[in-house]
Design a protein around this ligand. Sequence first.
Ligand code: ADP
Ligand code: MG
Length: 601
Amino acid sequence: EVTWPDGNGESNGTEKKQKARVLFMRVIRLYRPDFLFMLGAFIFLALAVLCEMFIPFYTGKVIDILQSQYQWNDFLMAIVFMGLFSLGSSFSAGSRGGLFMCAIGRFTKRVKVQLFGALVRQEIGFFETTKTGDITSRLSTDTNLMARAVALNVNVLVRTFIRTLGMLSLMLSLSWKLTVLMLMETPLTGLAQNIYDTYYQRLSKEVQDSMARTNDTAEEAVSGIRTVRGFNAERSESRRYDARLMDTHKLKTHRDTVRAVYLLVRRLTEVAVKVAMLYYGRLIIQSGQMSTGNLVSFLLYQSDMADNIRTLIYIFGDMLNSVGAAGKVFEYLDREPKVKTEGTLKPDTLKGHVQFHNLTFSYPTQAEQQVLKYFSLELKPGKMTALVGPSGGGKTTCVSLLERFYQAQQGEILLDGQPLQSYQHKYLHNQIVMVGQEPVLFSGSVKDNITYGLENCSLERVQEAARKANAHEFICQLEKGYDTDVGERGSLLAGGQKQRIAIARALVREPQVLILDEVTSSLDMESENMVQQTLANCPNQTLLVIAHRLKTIERADQIVVIDGGTVAERGTHEELMDKKGSYYRLRERLFTDHNTTQGQH
Ligand code: ADP
Ligand code: MG
């Protein structure tokens, strides 16, 4: 697992660089399928740089021609060449940019798809412990950053490298003496720039930290306004805020002064160097070793050269920074799901016999709270089991474990005598299907939602399932019937309608084990009765029904009361009523609750 340390641990600087290099190379390798685009881009890049490089050369030449007793043709030729090189440079630069953007676009899309694939394979616990914002920002921002930063850095590096080499040779051919003079100065400015950059970054970070502290102070006071008021601390809070602002202000002033002084010194140095070059150039021209035009060309190169050196020094630092985003992307890309989805078993016939064996389970987010304690339950094939109990008792947790959303810490779940995890993922979720407490639909048509996750499914099957779920009629009344768009998260439908589509979505798979988790709570009485009829029409399916309305479950083959993660009671409705135990009490309480709510409406 690759993790990118985003803290500022300076002690492991080399290790960090090493890691950055590995990440960088990995991004480069990921670019392999875009090789042709990249190659094209680099060819155009080289062309652009070469063409660009001759422009100052011809500028000098034009000056020399103008100074002599020139022929019109010579002048024209020089101008035409200059134009051609400019044109060539613009054309190549454009093509280079286009090809790079293509490569980056293809790369980003590929990485996003891969990352998304890796994300949706993760165990449910991962999504509970990871902020959704973090996930989506890695999908959007970090993938973009990673693609751009690396490609642009390589681009700039190559361009600057070619330019530096080319310019150096041209400058040497113009005047080796001036070149040597320049070479003594440029690295020094580069070094100064580098030192300044590091220092400036540190100062900027101090400013940012200080601003954050200032904001914290304000936030603390605002969120604790009752305490501030109650203790008459308005003035002291203001003073505290003022003091913090003053700190920030001082740091900012310091930073900006450093910047101003540096820029001033840099400009002065540049001017001084220019003056020195002109002075020395004059001597060389006087001694006849160089023409005026050559000196102009040289000076034009020289100012570009300083930029080049600065860029080269800067780019190495930036290259290492650019992989920060890549590190984040790879962290998720490489993450192994803690609950594996793949088994191999997929028997042709399944009885739907489910056994929970001594399950002990706590959620990843709250490891210390045991939600199920040595919990055992058997769902007999073709029978209906009802799970009841107080809210928070652990009913939905049982369903989640049966869906393999989580892995129990102890005990196991058997399906037809085989451990649940040995079944193939796809098979399992066609055989054990649940309708959740809050139905989740996705944007798309009604039909898309019913056939969700199935590859080809005829309209007849969809309609049959919808009829069973008592949804067919209302779907037909929708504007476009089964092709009606349900909106984002099904927002265009009413709660009960969503629930019935969710039931149809489960029934269309003809599962051997069907789980209904409090589906009746958002259905009206009539639909509920229909659902009950549906359940009665599924004599071969194993049913697990979790319900508040106890009427639904009276005819269950077995009723299990779960409280505090353990089985409190089990038996048929009559048995449990006779016993006058927790089921009886639960029933009484819910019955009165139900009446009160009804009375209020
Ligand atoms: P029920 O469905 O019977 O109302 P649940 O199975 O949803 O109860 O919840 C059982 C217990 O587990 C509750 O204490 C609840 O707070 C806790 N719980 C449920 N879901 C989660 C979760 N995703 N993460 C942490 N704790 C959870
Ligand atoms: Mg629940």
